[in-house]
Each structure stands twice: as C-alpha cells, then as structure tokens.
Write a protein that binds this ligand. Sequence first.
Ligand SMILES: *Cc1c(COP(=O)(O)O)cnc(C)c1O
Length: 374
Amino acid sequence: MSTPRIEVDLNKIRDNTRTVVERLKTRGISVTGVTKAVCGLPAVAQAMLDGGAVGLADARIANVRKLRAAGLTCPITLIRTPMLSQVDQVVQSCEVSYNTEIVAIAALAAAAIRRGRVHGIILMVEMGDQREGILPENLGAIAQQVVQMPGVALKGIGANFACLSGIAPTAATMSDLCDLANETEGRCGPFIETVSGGNSSNLPLVLSDPSISRINDLRVGETILLGVDPVSGDRLKGLHADAFTLIAEVIETESKPVPSPDCLVDAALIRRLRLVSNGDDATRVILAIGHQDTDISGLSLPLGCTLIGATSDHLVISAHQKRPQVGSEMRVRMNYSALMQAMAAPDIETKLLHDWAITQVPPPRTKVQRLALI
Ligand SMILES: *Cc1c(COP(=O)(O)O)cnc(C)c1O
C-alpha cells in the first residue's frame, strides 16, 4: 500500500453527519455539508449526503466541478464570494452562491442570462468575524438591487464566525441575523428562504439555545470531519474524531550524536535535543513526510512519540516505545489545518474505507448518539 496516505473512514463521516443532522433537526435547522477541507472529495461529499446533509458547499469552483464530474446532482453552493473571472463556471456548476459585492452579483446575473438560468444569491452579512460580509446597515439597499436584477434571485442571508478573528457567534448575533432577515423581507418583499447562521462554530450555541428562531441552515465542515468544536478545539461527545488518519513510513531509525549546543542557532531545537538525549531508551525515527505535505504542528503523534523537528520532506521524532522498523508505518491524527493541507498534497494518496460505491452494501444504521461537549 502506498505511503504517505490518508485513510478516510466513510462510515464515521456518515455517522457524524447523521448525528449532527438529527440534533439540528429538532431546532428546525438543516445541514449543508462543507467539503473544502477535503478538496471536494466526492466520496466524502456523498457520505455527508448519505448522513442527511441537504446539500453541499465549497469555497472553490475547482472542487465543485470535481463533485459535478463525479455525478453528484444535489444543490451545491459556492461559499466564497465568486471571482469575477469565474462567474460563468459558478453559474454552470452551482445553483446558489454567497455574495458580498454587487459587481460580482451583476456579473453572475449576466452569466446566468447568457445560459438562460436564474442564479440564487445568498448575501453574506458581516457580524464580527471581519472576513467577508456586507455591513448590516448596507444589507437592505443591496438586497433591493438584487431583487430588481434579472438573472439572479435573492435566496437568503448568512453570516460566518470564528474563521478570521476567532469571534464565536452569540445568542445576540444570531438574533440580530434573524432581525435582518425580517427587515430585508419587509423592504424587498420576497420570502428569505435561507437564513444560514454560520459554520461548525455555531453548533454549541444553537444546540444549547432554543431561541434561534429564523436560523434554518448551518454550513458544517470541521465538526462532521473531525468531531470537534473549532472554537475550543474540544471533542464533541457522540462524534468520531478519527475519521481521517495520516499514515507515514519510517525511513530511518538510527541514533545520532547530539550536536554540541555551541553549533546550534535555534534555542528551541537545543531544548528538544537535550530532552531526547536524556531519554536514554528513546529511538530517533525519521518519517518520509514533511512541511511540503501537511501542517506539522497540527499532527498528533502516537503515544510515546515526541516531535523533534521537521523539514520540507522529513519528520524527525523520538519514539519511547519499541523501536519501529524501517519500512513500517506510523499512524498520525490531524487537526483541521493539517487535514486541509494533506488532502491537497499531490504526493499523499487517499484510501477510502467502507466505500458504498465499491461494496454496494450499506451497513446497518448505528444508533444516533447524543451530541455534547466533553
Ligand atoms: C469554511 C466555511 C464554512 C465551514 O466551516 P467549518 O468550520 O469547517 O464548519 C462555512 N461557511 C463558510 C463561508 C466557510 O468559509
């Protein structure tokens, strides 16, 4: 089997999606599965749909095209403001896109008219994250322009949290978003179908606060993929945190004399090397993976292993367990940043476990777990 590779347990992604979907259903909220961290890998997207996601969303049109090329016909939303240079592709592949710029919306409208279509627009409102979004006071005027523009239809409004600034959503911001939906309808007429409250960072809030009246959609990636709350990094009980495993191969296991600290420039490295040299029974191991493949700081090594350092193609660790053999494999867990980079790395293969497309036998439904912060 080839290394490095990422093993993806599709059953765990189906389970996680189902758990999140069932819990949000009690709040009248549907789940849009976000596939950007897996570069629009169709099998993961399909697992999200199998688990009950009503549609998919991705930030990049190349990923959306990958999903369409794999035969997925569900609604797919572009969640990054479209580039002017890509409006034709956006209209071709996505029913709906999130927007913040009237010039992009006008270009989408023109592209939609050329294709004889109507493209759906969700207006993203800035509610504290300081990334994309229309200022709340400008929303009404822009919504009105969208409503009057042929080729596009106003489908909803949305907000995003905890991406750039780390600011988590609150009951007050959710209530403000609902008010904005009401005000926009009051001003523009058409019913705002979608009020998309945010991403994985909203889950703890919407599950604990019953007053999130008009929020009827969340765009969920990280919590489904990794079973964690992105704000705290805490695992969520009832979700699998091990749907993805990175597997790297051991290429060297020899000890090295610790260099004299006088020749070293990096104080942190000196400390780490001292630590390793003091652990007399530790083996120094090199794995064939490096900064070019993933975010090394986002890896969780197996118990008994400590990171010494990494370069573009090597990961050097000290192993306090039985000395691994050259050619053996080491299994490593990834956080969101490590996963996202590893999925995009050209030298890392993806191995799908429990792929229905191959087995054609859906496994029995497992019981939906209670979702709680642990
Ligand atoms: C990435 C992204 C999401 C999904 O975020 P997760 O934390 O992975 O759930 C949702 N909405 C927007 C606009 C995004 O960019």
